[in-house]
Design a protein around this ligand. Structure first.
Ligand SMILES: CCCCCCCCCCCCCC(=O)SCCNC(=O)CCNC(=O)[C@H](O)C(C)(C)COP(=O)(O)OP(=O)(O)OC[C@H]1O[C@@H](n2cnc3c(N)ncnc32)[C@H](O)[C@@H]1OP(=O)(O)O
Length: 201
């Protein structure tokens, strides 16, 4: 079953996707392109001025972000509303695990042509958290242990997976991995503590 964050698609998704394209194109172009970067900066600042002038009060937006009780749409890993999210889209498997297929580009680079280790940590932390939600018991990340087995390639399809392993009182243990072409690049073990934070209302 697919966890479809797109069902309540709203206008910001399209703008966020465009911003994602801009980020990718900027990192790709750098200062060795023929682009008029000063002019581009002026145009992007004009867009930001327009958005800032129309933004709602922060508290209203926070309440809006946390509406509903399910998955978030604004987070930096899977949020379609967030331009810094790739974004991941999850499918739940019958065995209780979840997976997401994603290809990452230059904005996520660490070592040459490879995914930044902190980006892998972000994607795995979030994916373990979603696996907990999928399994029915969620918590805050208390510990996240990562092992980087092989460089994680950019520009190639990656599979991010996670599965809740156990719930012992408030302690939730969850594992996950990032693989490329069937080879495991990163594995993660997380300890989560069930402690719901109040949603902004
Ligand atoms: C369908 C799908 C839906 C999906 C929906 C949502 C998806 C969203 C996904 C988002 C994903 C993104 C996720 C994120 O980004 S979560 C953001 C990153 N994490 C944090 O900011 C957490 C910050 N820390 C805390 O808030 C508290 O310290 C927590 C809540 C962790 C515990 O504070 P609390 O005061 O409640 O705990 P306690 O003192 O009563 O202790 C309780 C027990 O826990 C044990 N313990 C505690 N800490 C640690 C530790 N560090 N290592 C090992 N053990 C630890 C402790 O020994 C004790 O065990 P015992 O003595 O009883 O045996």
């Amino acid at each position: 079953m697919t966890m479809d964050l797109q069902t309540e698609r709203c206008g910001v998704d399209g703008a966020a996707a465009a911003a994602r394209r801009v980020i990718d194109a900027l990192v790709r172009a750098g200062d060795i392109s023929g682009a008029d970067m000063a002019g581009i900066a002026d145009r992007l600042n004009a867009v930001a001025d327009d958005l800032e002038a129309q933004a709602p009060p922060l508290r209203d937006r926070l309440v809006n972000m946390w509406r509903g009780d399910g998955n978030t749409r604004h987070d930096p890993a899977a949020g379609p509303e967030n331009p810094i999210a790739p974004p991941l889209a999850y499918t739940g498997r019958p065995d209780g695990s979840i997976e997401s297929d994603v290809t990452l580009g230059l904005p996520y680079q660490g070592p040459p042509s490879s995914v930044h280790g902190g980006v892998s940590a972000l994607l795995l932390d979030h994916t373990l958290g979603v696996a907990n939600g999928w399994a029915g018991t969620s918590g805050m990340t208390a510990e996240l242990t990562l092992r980087y087995h092989h460089p994680t390639p950019l520009f190639e399809p990656l599979t991010v997976t996670a599965r809740q392993v156990s719930v012992d009182g408030r302690k939730i243990r969850t594992t996950g991995a990032i693989a490329a072409a069937g080879r495991t690049c990163v594995t993660a073990e997380g300890l989560f503590i069930a402690k719901p934070l109040p949603r902004p209302r």
